[in-house]
Design a protein around this ligand. Structure first.
Ligand code: PLP
Length: 461
């Protein structure tokens, strides 16, 4: 049952504009913009302060995987907060839920990835992985082996370092980034491959990009390659078949560590707790996780490293001088345990595997609209790329983009009852990642609203 709380919407909006700094808004436009203030949620739906109901097409921010309003997660939080809300994780100090969750988590990790370092979210998980890779090479006396290879359009977070290994052009304005040891290779986006090139040849070329970059820098200087198995906020990009496995093999060949950023692809999004091995047949050296790890009920992230990387520190003087006050927070760990219980008891991964073909088929009906260029994704994770001309794949100019995306699409979708991301600052890709409890009813609703609003968008062009 939703709590029946009344809000003064106008007062909240005024206070919001006066005092909140929002991530990723055009700061110059804040004064004229009406914030979307969401105050209640249940199942796959959220409600704004005016009481309007919206289907949450992107699980909050790719994270509310078990759906909203889970009483047992709320109970687990309350119980843990009453028993012991917090204690330091620094040094040889533990708390029962964090220990239990690390143990259960490693039952799902591939190969020998059995060491878990808890963080506060995805950015801090990736930041920890990158810092650990440098620490590891310093320990082994490989002081030159520090370069990190990443990809254009990647998104790995918002700390200085994780923003530097990200590659979305729209995020880079007015920002300083680390460039000394970070190198970007082209994004493996099959939709944008050269005209007439086969998928196999495109895959060869993208794998070669990585090998060429390693050879250009020198294998003894390259520490790691970081990759989301499928790129999420960079536009839901699904690399060509075999790309993940072949890039992982290249890393093995040149003794380059492979960091698989599963912040989005984990926890059921593709029908598995982790997709690296099960879907892409790779055993990374490090997996980073967050978001669905707690289904968004409380912040938590994890860097999970292989035993091979963690075992050699036996000289009695090697401190990994890195950690967060709230890393492995007991309340978040209790949430994560309750969340994993739901996954196991309700078979959410099997549900995703079963329903994924229906989600695809439902969305693919949108190809009837000329504005829809490409529908791509897997599991419960899809992107719809909008184009000006489907035959030529021509995209929108700045003016059209401004009018269609910023000026129309996102708000029109909200008003029609669908919350999802229609990237208003970069590539025009509608991103979809509904809670994993969704089924045909929700797919039909997503289709119906998108059909109506995208049809309207086509006419605006
Ligand atoms: N890695 C990936 C693949 C992400 O999509 C994100 C966030 O969207 C992050 C890392 C950063 O996670 P957080 O926002 O929890 O810091």
């Amino acid at each position: 049952m939703l709590p029946n709380v009344a809000f003064d919407a106008a007062d909240l909006a005024a206070k919001d504009r006066a005092h909140l700094i929002h991530p990723w808004v055009d700061l110059g436009l804040v004064k004229d913009q009406e914030p979307l203030i969401v105050s209640a949620a249940e199942g796959a739906y959220v409600y704004n302060v005016h009481g309007q109901k919206m289907l949450d097409g992107i699980g909050g921010m790719w994270c509310v995987n078990a759906g909203y309003g889970r009483g047992e997660i709320a109970d687990a939080m309350a119980e843990q907060a009453r028993r012991m809300a917090y204690f330091s994780p620094f040094g040889m100090i533990g708390n029962p839920p964090a220990i239990e969750f690390a143990t259960r988590l490693t039952q799902y990790t591939p190969g020998d990835l059995k060491h878990v370092f808890f963080t506060t979210g995805g950015s801090t998980a990736v930041d920890s992985a990158l810092r650990f890779v440098h620490f590891f090479n310093n320990f082994h006396g490989r002081k030159e082996k520090k370069h990190i290879i990443t990809r254009d359009y990647a998104y790995h977070g918002s700390t200085y370092l994780t923003a530097s290994v990200s590659g979305k052009p729209a995020d880079r304005g007015n920002m300083d980034l680390e460039t000394g040891f970070i190198h970007h290779i082209p994004v493996p986006n099959p939709y944008r491959r050269p005209e007439g090139m086969s998928m196999e040849a495109f895959c060869d070329a993208k794998v070669k990009d990585l090998e060429d970059k390693i050879l250009e820098l020198g294998p003894d200087k390259v520490a790691a390659f970081i990759a989301e198995p499928l790129l999420a906020s960079g536009g839901v990009i699904v690399p060509p078949p075999g790309y993940q496995r072949r890039t992982w093999e290249i890393c093995r060949k040149y003794d380059v560590l492979y960091i698989s950023d599963e912040v989005v692809t984990g926890f059921g999004r593709l029908g598995h707790i982790f997709a690296s091995k099960e879907v892409f047949d790779i055993e990374p050296d490090i997996i980073t996780s967050a978001k669905g790890l707690t289904s968004g009920y409380s912040p938590l992230g994890a860097m999970i490293a292989s035993d091979r990387l963690f075992e050699p520190f036996n000289d009695g003087k090697t401190v990994f001088g890195h950690g967060y006050t709230f890393g492995g927070h007991p309340v978040s760990a209790a949430v994560a345990l309750a969340n994993l219980d739901i996954f196991e008891r309700e078979g959410l991964n099997d549900h995703v595997k079963q329903m994924a073909p229906a989600f695809r088929t439902t969305l693919e009906q949108l190809y009837e609209l000329p504005i829809v260029g490409d529908i791509r994704g897997e599991g419960f994770f899809y992107g719809i790329e909008l184009v000006k001309d489907r035959d030529t794949k021509e995209t929108f100019n700045d003016h059209e983009s401004e009018r269609l995306l910023r000026g129309f699409l996102t708000t029109a979708l909200w008003e029609a009852g669908l919350y999802c991301r229609a990237d208003d600052r970069g590539d025009p890709v509608v991103q979809l990642a509904p809670p994993l409890i969704s089924g045909q009813k929700e797919f039909d609703e997503i289709y119906g609203i998108l059909h109506r609003v995208l049809g309207e968008a086509s006419r605006l062009l």
